[in-house]
Write a protein that binds this ligand. Structure first.
Ligand SMILES: C[S@@+](CC[C@H](N)C(=O)[O-])C[C@H]1O[C@@H](n2cnc3c(N)ncnc32)[C@H](O)[C@@H]1O
Length: 240
């Protein structure tokens, strides 16, 4: 057997490499209300992912309004507020953390929202094969996990490959809006987005952060960051 054939065989035998994820799944306990939300509200507002079959967004919402995807909504309070204040847009919230999903389902019921749907899925997987190209008007990513240790930087969700997937899902003229209270991550996001200038144009001008738009409600993590004295940076980029 040649050396290269031996290498190929050992590659086949090797277990598949675990993907580097931007989250660590902690199965937090559901409150009684959240458990009820999963049984009663999920069938109406929850979206089950069917791998390799793009979502039919107009069918999901019952109209063809522009659709905004929020990645990692946490407890979903700011997303619910946004959906309530913008009834002419549809919102699809993505989160992997079950109690957060349950919490948002309860907010949808409390606020009687019909323009918000919830998915429990990894954003990378959904962006890869779950959305038709050009099907979104906006993608928002508020206070993603900063992964401050150097050895964890590879877990940060904002990377060139992620931005290519976001660009693919966005319609031309659509926006990518990110915010963070972690200064080194803000600088990393800015550099990574500026380097993707064939795909995106900075709404604030090259190399600049954007002022916080009034339609973005404060999030739970933002409040926490501000309590620790962190400065918040918004980044808004337009899909070319
Ligand atoms: C630091 S929290 C911020 C939550 C919320 N946006 C806020 O500002 O309060 C980041 C959230 O992103 C979620 N998350 C991380 N990676 C994700 C991914 N690949 N797909 C979906 N959600 C993700 C985590 O579960 C976590 O709840």
């Amino acid at each position: 057997m040649t050396v290269s054939a031996a290498c190929k065989e050992s590659e086949i035998d090797a277990p598949p490499r675990r993907p580097v994820r931007s989250f660590v799944l902690r199965e937090g306990r559901l409150t009684t209300g959240q458990a009820r939300a999963f049984s009663e509200l999920w069938p109406r507002f929850g979206v089950d992912r069917r791998p390799e079959q793009p979502l039919d967004l107009p069918a999901l919402f019952g109209n063809g309004n522009p659709c905004v995807l929020e990645i990692g909504f946490g407890n979903g309070e700011s997303l619910a507020k946004m959906a309530q204040s913008q009834p002419g847009r549809n919102f699809l919230g993505l989160e992997v953390h079950r109690p957060g999903v349950g919490h948002l389902l309860l907010e949808i019921e409390r606020r009687e929202l019909d323009n918000l749907r919830v998915m429990r899925a990894d954003a990378l997987e959904l962006l890869r094969d779950g959305l038709a190209p050009g099907s979104l008007a906006a993608v928002q990513l508020f206070f993603p996990d900063p992964w401050p240790k150097k050895r964890h930087h590879k877990r940060r969700i904002v990377q060139p490959a992620f931005l290519r997937l976001v660009a693919r899902a966005l319609a031309s003229g659509g926006t990518f809006h990110a915010a963070t209270d972690w200064e080194p991550y803000a600088e990393h996001m800015l550099a990574t987005l500026e380097a993707a200038d064939t795909l995106f144009r900075n709404a604030a001008g090259r190399g600049r952060f954007s002022p916080r738009p009034p339609e973005r409600p404060q999030t739970k993590f933002e409040r926490r960051g501000e309590g620790l004295g962190h400065r918040v940076h918004d980044l808004i980029y337009i899909r070319r």
